[in-house]
Ligand binder design. Structure first.
Ligand code: HAM
Length: 416
């Protein structure tokens, strides 16, 4: 038997209603903040991620699904959404459209990860990006929206952790301080960290190796090295969030795993699961890095798989329920069957969820099946019902039966 690749999942109809619930509700919030949907290719030129995400990151060095296509081009399945969105922003001349541009996406991403709790090789993100503004108010709007999304789904015990990782100006000084701290112990770090020391020492702080994590204890923090502009920006963000009663904690250890970040970075972490559900930050240098004009930008992505895992485990949102039929029409004989089909068609046209027998079941099997699929009402049509033009509607929750004319509007009055 052929099995699905490691780290992927099938989302079956019996599960997909949870995903639909999350996506529909997230979309509603995104719409109210003025975001429009963008869809970009599943695969891009590898160079986009090397330059965008950064060639010293774990994502690029270890986790990309990269291959040569039949034309010998290096292609990569997108490991994240921001680089592709920024490419599309530049390629489609969106910089000359009214700013800011606000975009959302719901897309699968691909990373060759060590598969474990909350870590998959194909996973889905719900992301939001704002391009074309340097203002701290964009940071605030985006974080407030993320907070609203997280709250909408009643994620239990989630903490909003905030940091600023400055800009290239403040990072120069910080990199020196960090190299001073790491330098003496460099040979004790993993080989990947050693290769990152010269080019991008901040990456070392993001290493997942236990030994490196221990060595990083007590390292200087970027917050102490922020330039005036970055400091003011961060103060403004914090103050505005306080004014809006958004709780957060400052976590000076957030560095993020992707190279494009500048200034504000944030993560919504599930304390119960010990992983991040939603994360993002400012990326003021990325548009320029990818060939556009210098453009202020900020965004986030929520791990939809992680969110659903949490919702399933803690069951904190009673609004997430599978859709069940309003009515099941069982019939006996050919004429009744035709009547059932006509009624079902007319009722469905009016937005009623109706099921009829398409398996030629016996009456007993029909009723058993209607019960199994949790139909709210059941109606049996036979010769008698055809003659009288009336049938009994059974409310499956209460067991009550009620006579109804076999007319669409009469049935709707009861089942809706
Ligand atoms: P990221 O932190 O790499 O950021 O991913 C965002 C979220 O995607 C994570 O917090 C997590 O919930 C989920 N996620 C990441 N990797 C996996 C995985 N292997 N399995 C399951 N879920 C995962 C980004 O991707 C940035 N593009 C976010 C962003 C948008 N920043 C600015 N704009």
């Amino acid at each position: 038997m052929i099995q699905k690749p490691k780290g992927t999942k099938d989302i079956l109809p019996s599960e997909s209603y949870k995903w639909e619930y999350v996506e529909e509700n997230a979309k509603e919030i995104l719409k109210n903040y003025g975001f429009g949907e963008i869809r970009v290719p599943v695969f891009e030129q590898t160079e986009l991620f090397e330059r965008g995400v950064g060639d010293t990151t774990d994502v690029v060095q270890k986790e990309m699904y990269t291959f040569l296509d039949k034309g010998e081009r290096s292609i990569t399945l997108r490991p994240e959404g921001t680089a592709g969105v920024v490419r599309a922003y530049i390629e489609n001349g969106m910089a000359s459209m009214p700013s800011p541009i606000k975009m959302w996406y719901m897309m699968p991403m691909y990373r060759y990860e060590n598969v474990q709790k909350g870590r998959y090789r194909e996973f889905r993100q719900i992301g939001a990006e704002i391009l074309g503004t340097n203002s701290y108010e964009a940071d605030v709007e985006l974080i407030v929206m993320a907070d609203q999304i997280i709250k909408k789904f009643h994620v239990p015990e989630v903490s909003l952790n905030l940091n600023s990782i400055g800009c290239p100006t403040c990072r120069k000084q910080y990199a020196e301080a960090l190299k001073g701290f790491i330098g003496n112990n460099l040979t004790q770090y993993c080989s990947t960290c050693q290769t990152r020391f010269e080019k991008n020492p901040m990456r070392i702080l993001d290493c997942k190796e236990k030994k490196c994590k221990e060595l990083n204890q007590g390292a200087p923090v970027i917050l102490d090295y922020l330039c005036e502009e970055c400091k003011t920006h961060f103060e403004n963000v914090k103050k505005a969030l306080q004014d809006l009663n958004i709780n957060y904690v400052i976590d000076p250890n957030i560095v993020r795993g992707l190279d494009y970040y500048t200034k504000t970075v944030f993560e919504f972490v599930s304390e119960k699961e010990g992983y991040t559900v939603l994360a993002g930050g400012r990326y003021d240098g990325l548009v320029e890095e990818l060939g556009g004009q210098k453009t202020g930008a900020i965004g986030f992505a929520m791990g939809e798989d992680r969110l659903i895992d949490i919702l399933e485990k803690y069951n904190t949102n009673s609004n997430i329920v599978a859709c069940t039929p309003d009515l099941y029409i069982a019939s006996m004989g050919e004429i009744a069957s035709k009547k059932a089909q006509t009624l079902a068609l007319e009722l469905r046209k009016k937005g009623i969820y109706v099921e009829t027998d398409i398996c030629e079941r016996s009456m007993k099997a029909n009723l058993k099946y209607a019960d199994k699929i949790k139909s709210k009402y059941v109606c049996v049509i036979g010769e008698n019902e055809i003659t009288t033009g009336k049938a009994n509607l059974k409310n499956m929750a209460t067991g009550e039966e009620q006579e109804v004319a076999l007319e669409v509007d009469e049935i709707i009055k009861i089942v809706k």
